[in-house]
Write a protein that binds this ligand. Sequence first.
Ligand code: SF4
Length: 339
Amino acid sequence: MYRQMQAILADTVPDFELKLKAEVAAEINRLKAEKNAVILGHNYMEPALFHSIPDYVGDSLELSRKAAQIDKDIIVFCGVRFMAETAKILNPTKKVLVPSEKAGCSLASSITAADVRELKKKYPGVPVVTYINTYADVKAETDICCTSSNAAAVVESLKTDRVIFIPDEFLARNVARQTGKRIIFPTLEPTKRNGGELEYELIGWPGHCEVHEKFTLEDVKNIRRQFPDVVILAHPECRPEVVEAADFSGSTTAMIKYVEKTRAPRYLLLTECAMGDNIAAANPEKPMLRLCSVRCPHMNEITLEDTLEALRKDQFVVEMDEEIRRRALRSVERMLAVG
Ligand code: SF4
């Protein structure tokens, strides 16, 4: 295990730490086989975890697809709680574990099922598109889910005049820009009318990712001043002006593929810092700048040590009401059918 991790992480993780991490990872892999478990790892996991124990790595969409096909007894989801919930929604007979109870998400907790019911009452008949970064009871109230990689395609697939798009304000604004739709945030601004017609096609909600909202246009300008040859990649949860000033915007997996397929003097990823480490480890010849003061406290809750405890004690088991699960499943499956 140590040699396998060293081959990728020698320049990223100090050797003494790598040896300790390798011991934990080896024990996790032994227990994983003994308990007939599978480990899914999100792209934001710290390098020592990302490059050792997951059977599959990816973004929310890829891991959702994978979770639906798992035939092992236990799914350990190295990601935050809403992701583990999505695995349970798609594969309910499996025991799904999330290694830390504290792995929440500012976007997921920005909206409740009651908020969605209120929005539906205010805009009757308007379909609701819900970002995958939400809890099961919110998904259950909605028509279709989306991820950052298929948000625009999901909105376009509905072919309706108006769509409620929740809960990420910046993703909604970026989708509006991408699809040429006008957007309104009823909790932020008054409803505008033009000759009796409502002047918008997207109805948003002011939820934010506490990581991506921290990147500013000033950051982009500062980086470009110092490194004029940098290629900047921004996640669509970043502010629209940041996305516009970047060279590329896409989901975490789209960013990874972009770096793999291009050759720039240096890259900067405007997303959780661990992903820059993971890409740098896998592509040592590609210089990677990082803004690592911006970290996701929830993703960082998931460590190798917690994952080992999760497997040893079968904790923390993801459970949900069956009626909520079935309704949430409908909106997740509709999304998967769009692609
Ligand atoms: S990075 Fe943002 S969206 Fe992702 S889990 Fe953390 S707070 Fe939530």
